[in-house]
Design a protein around this ligand. Structure first.
Ligand code: ADP
Ligand code: LRH
Length: 476
């Protein structure tokens, strides 16, 4: 009787979806209402998100979802729209893979040295951190900045806010106080008045506007609830772990590999290893490393004219393991284009056999991802002093059984794979919790373990081969 329905809008870098979660005291069912491609567009001024098409996909999705008790939105991090004094969007949001931030970080570090910036914000170096993007942008006429999920929430409800988990990816938040870092903002010349007030996951974020109700056919009032609006925050909330001795890898366009901690690690060693401290639900910290992820494969598949992915993976499974590996953590793979050539080049330069067929390149990518997963899981445990017994893999990459098995082999730990739509499930759980249906993070995870299909992979093979491959990459 007390089953409630929640619409979870989850926008990944490769696709957007609107999922419906039906939550009861002892049940959780997720179904897909609508999925649409997220296709970045290159215009003469650079690489842009097609935000209107994404918003259109959200409206179509809400219509397909039907009557729900609440709506939550999460998306990829760091990017934003700028609004003028009337609240109108000033141009398309810039894609984090756009090249305008090249060299910007180095200029910022002349004002605030990188070690100081890390100690204050806990954020890894990535050229696309919001802070660097803002320094690169001319903010002429901009009165307000809304991060992507907050922008879509604003269009749906008319209300503005800045959700905390995603705000933590701006590099303008202090992970110890979980509040703005006024000192850093002032020194780099960013006016924090640009941002709308902070919102916590679970906070109300307004009601669907009458025009939205009309367009989607929903009966009002329909509340929008702030969730962990950073997709990775939502995905980690849906890691079906019990206890604390687990690592997670969120595999989609990116692989985000690390630990859930209750305090940030801000040491110089951690900075040198490029681990980030993003904020999660209930005072948690996501201590993780960004690895290029299935982006490497997406870009190759695009270059090869979109062959069937299932067949490609079957062929890759037959290619001998670990012939050549590349550093899947390297920012050299960040920009789009020429991916098979760039991977071949990296193998050539490091004196390894050059993969040629699509199956060989795919195998090289999957071996390299598994190796980067191993490195991140090992180093995170060491740097945080937090040992683990299991690796949870969530996200689209759980559909790739070869990647899951290789990850178990490389890490030398069992992998529990699933759920695939982790971000949407984390989004649903926060809404359910705001309405009293789920107790806390642990309660939500327990519900997931009971209701979602999970697959276990035991580590196989000789771990010395992975050590050898890692040494090959390090040039030892
Ligand atoms: P994002 O949220 O970043 O857009 P997803 O979590 O949706 O990414 O994951 C997308 C990735 O999942 C794809 O790049 C692809 O490699 C993988 N994937 C999706 N479907 C399949 C499938 N049927 N078999 C193997 N891999 C798949
Ligand atoms: C994954 C993700 C990741 C960020 C990147 C920009 O979708 O949110 O956590 O680092 O996009």
């Amino acid at each position: 009787a007390s089953v409630k329905s929640y619409a979870a809008v989850d926008l990944g870098a490769s696709s957007g979806r609107v999922m419906v979660g039906r939550v009861g005291p002892d049940s959780l069912e997720l179904s897909e209402a609508h999925r649409f491609v997220n296709r970045p567009v290159r215009v003469p001024e650079g690489l842009r998100w097609d935000i209107l098409s994404l918003y259109g996909g959200v409206l179509d999705g809400l219509k397909a979802a039907g009557q729900v008790d609440s709506v939550g939105i999460d998306s990829w991090a760091v990017d934003y729209g700028l609004l003028d004094a009337d609240g109108a969007l000033l141009g398309n949001p810039v894609h984090y893979r756009d090249s305008r931030t090249e060299g910007v970080a180095q200029k910022v570090w002349a004002t605030v040295p990188a070690p100081e910036l890390y100690a204050a914000t806990g954020l890894q170096y990535a050229p696309f951190n919001t802070l660097y993007q803002l320094v690169a942008d001319r903010l002429v006429g901009a009165q307000r900045l809304l991060l992507v999920p907050d922008l879509l929430t604003y269009w749906l409800t008319g209300e503005q806010g800045t959700e905390l988990t995603n705000a933590s990816t701006t590099q303008l938040i202090d992970p110890r106080t979980r509040a703005w870092s006024y000192d850093i903002a002032e020194r780099v010349g960013i006016d924090l008045e640009l941002f709308a007030p902070l919102r916590q996951p679970g906070d109300p974020a307004g009601l669907l506007r009458p025009e939205v109700l009309e367009e989607t056919g929903l009966r009002g009032p329909v509340p929008v609830t702030a969730v962990g609006s950073h997709d990775t925050a939502s995905a980690v909330a849906a890691v079906p772990a019990s206890g604390e001795r687990f690592a997670y890898i969120c595999t989609g366009t990116w692989s985000l590999a690390g630990l859930e901690l209750d305090a940030p690690v801000l040491t110089e060693e951690s900075r040198a290893a490029n681990f980030t401290n993003e904020l999660g639900l209930d005072g948690t910290v996501r201590y993780l490393r960004n690895i290029m992820g299935l982006w490497l494969l997406q870009e190759c598949v695009r270059a090869w004219g979109d062959p069937d992915l299932g067949e490609l993976l079957l062929d890759a499974a037959k290619v001998p393991a670990l012939r050549s590996v590349v550093d899947a953590g390297d920012a050299m793979f960040l920009a789009p284009g020429r991916m098979p050539e760039r991977i071949a080049e990296a193998c050539r330069v490091s004196g390894q056999p050059v993969p040629e067929s699509p199956a060989e390149v795919t195998r090289c990518i999957l071996d390299s991802l598994a190796l980067a997963h191993r490195k991140a899981v090992d180093e995170a445990q060491r740097l945080a002093g937090h040992p683990v017994d299991v690796v949870h893999v969530v996200g689209g990459g759980t559909r790739n059984a070869l990647l899951c098995q290789l990850t178990a082999d490389a890490c030398g730990l069992p992998v529990v794979a699933g759920p695939t739509e982790a971000a949407a499930l984390g989004n649903v759980l926060v809404q359910a919790r705001a309405h009293g249906l789920v107790s806390d993070l642990a309660g939500g995870r327990e519900l997931l373990t009971r209701t979602q299909p999970l697959t276990r992979y035991e580590p196989q093979g000789d771990s010395a081969r992975w050590r050898e491959a890692q040494a090959r990459l390090a040039g030892d």
